[in-house]
Design a binder for this molecule. Structure first.
Ligand SMILES: [Ca+2]
Ligand SMILES: [Ca+2]
Ligand SMILES: [Ca+2]
Length: 602
């Protein structure tokens, strides 16, 4: 008897003195009442059952230490302290993350609104909400990041880059100044790319275009990005800011510029004179040549113009539609550019990659089929013309499934955009054959992601490429689109898991959005105000991350996130490889959040 008392006293002492070994991960934003709701328990220990369920009898110590027992968990109402639901954890593959125990804790059946926490294995989750309004205002919140990334003038860092840019790589006009002021800084490097800008704008436009209830988009900022309403939803202000710049980047037929600046000495925004070692006072503006261009000491693998021109075509087509009544003259500018951009893509098929002079990193986009498919599908969406339907179907069949999902790996932005919205638009066709074909292709793609997740505690099967978060939220939206079109709920749990991953249901327990949700454990950053609302790159393949230039490699013994870094991917708060927001991923998330806000209202 004495021995047993000592045993328990010893165990208590051990628990009190050692570091935390179990964690419950949740979506910190919360859950809509009808959402699939699964929290995840992870532990560096063998998790024992909750003794409180055994009404004082406890579990014989011998049994407890010898067995891994599926734990019971409780969902507790935070106001009353009473358990409203009890369930059993579902065993998942902890070893995948180098952990001892992992369980999925499903409490989907609880729909009552309120504030809760989960208690399991002697630990508690943070408090979270179930409610129809948990996502209210979230897509607008992310616009904070876009406003802070505005180039030329923005509410956070003020005036910058007034001399963008000077033409390079043009057969006859290199060295000339061209007005390409505007657009957004892509990320901390302040470069500007049409690749990411087009994808960012398109996602915001689709969010607005598809929203049945446009009242979710508020008007609290002016066209200049400063507080004060101007009678226009702020998402449209931001879309317009991007489109204005894209129009500048295509001043005449077949004259496109693909990027502005190339990483040569430009960190602090100068007000008068841009620090550039190109010809003349301005950052270099890269003419879209369709030929390989320099990346440090090598050349990129550009083979044509179609990936870039295709993106312009889809943005101009949808942009013209959105501004048709709001600003007919602006709409006309885009209308005039949309089809010629598509024609140019057809004339010079192939991919366009970006360039970089001082760093080895560039957007290595290899695929262009998806971009012309999206352009054709957008024309089809807007015109219902069967010619465009046939073209969309032709391209879509050539790249039936997202290559990232097929191969399970990709170089930096190799298959881009991270998700193919063209398939979604084609699947919405009124033509039954077309709709059936593309709905099935969507299913096949999602099945690959689900299969790759296997028994991962977080049900996350999107490969850990650089900027994996963008691919993750893209896949979540794709799963949602598929479910809406097909009515098939096979991927509903995965859809929720991918969304929850972004907001904290991941090994590290961080929400990957700057400052969101307010009060949550959120991704921090070096320039906090400017990063508010930005979605960061996210966890990255371990070996790949070790190769990144200039990233301080932390010894595992000194890593505060060490227990969670033993799996296939790492996440570091100090790394530009994992914790830097970018405009395109942020806009993918704006699109997804606009869906969640709609669903909350319904
Ligand atoms: Ca506004
Ligand atoms: Ca592409
Ligand atoms: Ca980055």
């Amino acid at each position: 008897m004495k021995a047993i008392v000592l045993f328990f006293a010893g165990m208590f002492l051990t628990i009190a003195l050692t570091a935390q070994t179990s964690w419950v991960r949740i979506n910190q934003v919360g859950y809509l009442p009808k959402d699939v709701k699964v929290a995840v328990l992870i532990s560096t220990d063998n998790v024992l059952p909750d003794f409180s369920f055994n009404r004082g009898y406890g579990v014989p110590p011998v049994l407890a230490s010898a067995m891994i027992v599926t734990p019971d968990f409780s969902l507790i109402n935070a106001k009353t302290g009473k358990a409203v639901f009890r369930g059993k954890g579902k065993t998942a593959d902890a070893a995948y993350w180098g952990l001892r125990s992992a369980y999925r804790l499903d409490f989907s059946s609880v729909q009552a609104e309120g504030t809760y926490y989960i208690e399991v294995a002697g630990v508690r989750s943070p408090q979270f909400s179930i409610g129809a309004n948990v996502y209210e205002g979230s897509s607008d919140f992310l616009l904070n990041y876009l406003r802070a990334q505005r180039c030329g003038d923005n509410p956070i860092t003020g005036i910058c880059h007034q001399n963008d840019g000077v033409i390079v790589h043009h057969p006859t006009r290199s060295g000339e100044f061209i007005d390409l002021v505007g657009g957004w800084h892509d990320a901390n490097d302040r470069l500007k790319y049409t690749t990411t800008t087009n994808s960012a704008v398109y996602h915001m436009m689709l969010a607005y275009h598809q929203a049945k209830d446009k009242s979710i988009f508020k008007d609290k900022f002016g066209a200049d990005g400063r507080p004060g309403s101007n009678g226009i939803p702020d998402i449209l202000d931001e879309i317009r800011w991007g489109l204005e710049w894209l129009v500048k980047m295509n001043p005449a037929p077949k004259e496109f510029y693909n990027q502005v600046a190339d990483n040569r000495g430009d960190r602090i925004p100068p007000t008068q004179f841009d620090n550039v070692r190109g010809p003349g006072p301005g950052r270099p503006a890269y003419f879209l040549t369709g030929e390989p261009q320099q990346v440090r000491t090598m050349m990129n693998r550009t083979t044509g113009v179609a990936s870039s021109a295709g993106k312009f075509a889809s943005c101009f087509a949808l942009g013209a539609e959105l501004f048709k009544e709001l600003d007919p003259a602006f709409s006309k500018k885009m209308q005039e550019r949309a089809e010629p951009a598509y024609d140019y893509a057809m004339e010079r098929p192939g991919n366009t990659q970006t360039t970089n002079i001082t760093s080895p990193y560039f957007y290595e986009e290899d695929n262009w089929i998806d971009d012309v498919e999206l352009a054709a599908a957008t024309f089809y969406l807007l015109t219902k013309d069967s010619v465009w339907r046939a073209r969309g179907a032709y391209w879509g069949e050539l790249e039936p499934i997202n290559p990232l999902w097929v191969h399970g790996f990709a170089r930096h932005y190799q298959f881009y955009p991270f998700v193919n919205l063209g398939h979604h638009l084609m699947a919405q066709s009124n033509d039954e054959t077309t709709s059936k074909k593309f709905t099935d292709l969507m299913r096949r793609g999602l099945q690959l992601v689900r299969d790759r997740a296997g028994n991962d505690p977080f049900m996350q099967g999107v490969p850990y490429v650089w900027c994996s978060n963008f691919a993750v939220i893209g896949a979540a939206s794709f799963a949602h689109q598929y479910r809406e079109i097909s009515g098939d709920r096979s991927f509903e749990e995965m859809e929720a898991a991918l969304r929850d991953w972004i907001f904290g249901c991941n090994p590290w327990g961080y929400s990957f959005v700057g400052g969101f949700p307010i009060g949550g454990t959120v991704s921090t950053s070096t320039v906090r105000a400017a990063h508010t609302g930005g979605l960061v790159d996210g966890p990255m393949d371990r070996e790949w991350h070790q190769t990144l230039w200039g990233v301080r490699q932390v010894d595992i013994k000194e890593d505060p996130l060490a227990p969670f870094q033993m799996g296939p991917a790492v996440y570091h708060l100090h790394s530009y490889g994992t914790n830097e927001p970018v405009i395109d991923g942020t806009c993918y998330l704006i699109y997804h959040l606009s869906i969640m806000e709609q669903r909350g209202k319904e």
